[in-house]
Design a binder for this molecule. Structure first.
Ligand code: 6YU
Length: 505
């Protein structure tokens, strides 16, 4: 008799929910059940909206990167009416800014002066031109240096020799360039650009469209997905401990047949399935990958898990009673006197962790948010920040803002809210990057289903989705969603199931 395949999904982030919805819509009644097991008490994973004094803020994903036709997160958000008009406009969808919007910003020096926009603009142009160059090694047979950081630093060292400025100006220019290095660490979710591989850097693909936000929170997207699933599809507070695969487990009831996969939860409960789609973040796999699978992952996959990068990017929201920036200001930045990308990084990062903050995005519009800044900080300093109390972070930031504005009386922020992604036990960081000594082939190896050898027409039992498994859109929400759809389609194709190919998803 024809058996209806049963599918389990581990993780209710965008990848897991996307896979579940696709399977249920297109496989429907031909499937013997789709169930999502989520470790925490909520869905969304790294899409997480919170509230600061009643205002919706994003603790995880912030923007839709490249909101245009090809971006499925943009499509879904548009269909559900989650975006404002400006974001949906044709004009907005056509903007190509290469991922780096630069609005008017207030850039202070740590000596308490507002820097001229000229020096920021010229150093910004230089930095982003070099970064573009760094993307061009994708098809090169050889790379001059292993990392993006080393490439940029060598190019900058050559430039500096051509500069005819006085020493003071050179020093300032380098300090400004260092700010762009910190910003790029946040974008790549890494401690240092020296850890980001140069060769594959250009494989990450940017879609057109001016990055936009969700006026009522990114999590609205998750709510829509959840609402479309039959009640009870997602089981919360069900951390999975082990995935047993390549086995033959007999479930006495209700199916009374054998299954190739058995998923064991922390609480001891066991679930049987024909297929499991795992979507745990790479940070979780790095920590638990060795014991999570039984039999263990093949060596090629273990190598991919080890080699690919997964770093921390955290946010610090601070709310002020009164702004110290202009109404149209998009970013508040502090350039630290004496810093340089060409100098050794500070040895005592714990003492000056706050200097790693790349900048503060001003939340707009003011009528909605009041006066909230969102600071971004990446790497070991971001991880150290998690060990501090709110009061300690607030006092460090107050000191920073007082120095920058040269106003020792500046009132401290009246509220603070931070992300702590490194200490989230089911995430262990923010998102993936292609680290030195790894490449897009490692991403593909990570995405490869198991067992690999399907020559004996054994269908795959363990399928891998999640942000880190998308070769060109890793580190994004659209990468996560597409990876979930990819694995759902893999199963639907195997069984030749496509009930309603023209359904919305
Ligand atoms: C984007 C953005 N953005 C900021 C910050 C973060 C991320 N991203 P999930 O983790 O969501 O789901 C897994 C689930 O599994 C989860 O619920 C777990 O609880 C569960 N789980 C784990 N273990 C389990 C177990 N054992 N049992 C059961 N369940 C278990 N993306 O598009 N725009 O602005 C940002 C940002 C602070 C932390 C982001 C952004 C990344 C996305 O949030 C992320 O990719 C997806 O949400 C992941 O979904 P998922 O389903 O895969 O996992 C050249 C080059 C450079 C490359 N980078 C350039 C792009 C820059 C990326 N931008 C990021 C910027 C910000 C600010």
């Amino acid at each position: 008799a024809l058996v209806r395949p049963r599918v389990l999904i581990v993780g209710a982030g965008l990848a897991g929910l996307g896979a579940a919805q696709r399977l249920l819509r297109r496989g429907g009644r031909h499937l013997g059940g789709v169930r999502v097991l989520e470790a925490t008490g909520r869905a969304g994973g790294r899409i997480r909206s919170g509230k600061l004094r009643g205002k919706v803020i994003e603790i995880g994903a912030h923007w839709i990167h490249g909101p245009s036709k090809e971006n499925p997160v943009f499509q879904l958000a548009s269909e559900h009416g989650l975006l404002d008009e400006a974001a949906m406009s044709e004009e907005n969808q056509q903007v190509e800014i290469g991922g780096h919007p630069l609005g008017p910003s207030a850039c202070f020096s740590s000596r308490g002066q507002l820097l001229s926009p000229d020096i920021l603009d010229s150093m910004g142009l230089l930095f982003f031109a070099l970064l573009e160059e760094a993307r061009e090694f994708v098809h090169a047979a050889k790379v001059p240096v292993p990392s993006v950081g080393e490439y940029l630093k060598e190019a900058i060292a050559r430039k500096v020799r051509e500069w005819s400025d006085d020493e003071e100006t050179k020093r300032l220019k380098l300090a400004v360039l260092n700010l762009f290095f910190k910003l790029e660490c946040c974008v790549s979710g890494t401690h240092s650009l020296d850890l980001v591989a140069l060769g594959p850097f250009g494989e990450y693909t940017m879609l057109p469209g001016l990055d936009c936000t969700f006026p009522n929170g990114y999590e609205g997207l998750i709510d829509c997905l959840l609402a479309s699933l039959p009640k009870g599809t997602v089981q919360f507070d069900k951390p999975v401990r082990t995935v047993h695969w390549n086995s033959s487990c007999l479930e006495e009831a209700p199916a009374g047949r054998t299954f190739g996969v058995q998923v064991e939860c922390e609480d001891g409960e066991k679930f049987f399935a024909d297929h499991v789609i795992v979507t745990m973040p790479l940070g979780f796999l790095k920590e638990h990958g060795e014991t999570f699978f039984n039999p263990p992952l093949p060596s090629r996959k273990v190598a991919a898990v080890e080699k690919l990068g997964f770093g921390t990017n955290n946010k610090i929201f601070v709310e002020f009673e009164q702004p110290f920036w202009e109404a149209d200001c998009q970013m508040v930045e502090v350039v630290w006197d004496g810093e340089s990308p060409l100098a050794e990084p500070p040895a005592d990062l714990e003492a000056i962790w706050y200097q790693k903050i790349a900048g503060f995005v001003v939340l707009h519009p003011t009528e909605r948010y009041g006066h909230i800044l969102c600071g971004f900080i990446a790497g070991k300093e971001a991880e150290f920040m998690e060990t501090l109390t709110d009061a300690e972070v607030l006092s460090a930031l107050t000191e920073v803002f007082r120095r920058a504005t040269g106003n020792p009386q500046l009132a401290p922020p009246r509220n603070i809210l931070r992300s702590k992604w490194y200490n989230e036990p089911y995430t262990k960081g923010s998102y993936s990057y292609v680290a030195v000594d790894s490449s897009g082939d490692d991403i593909d190896a990570l995405a490869q289903p198991l067992p690999k050898d399907t020559s004996d027409s054994k269908p795959p039992q363990v399928l891998f989705a999640g942000e880190a498994t998308h070769r060109t859109f890793y580190s994004t929400t659209h990468g996560a969603l597409l990876s979930g759809w990819r694995e759902a389609d893999r199963l639907l194709d195997i069984y030749n199931m496509s009930e309603s190919p023209h359904a919305a998803l």
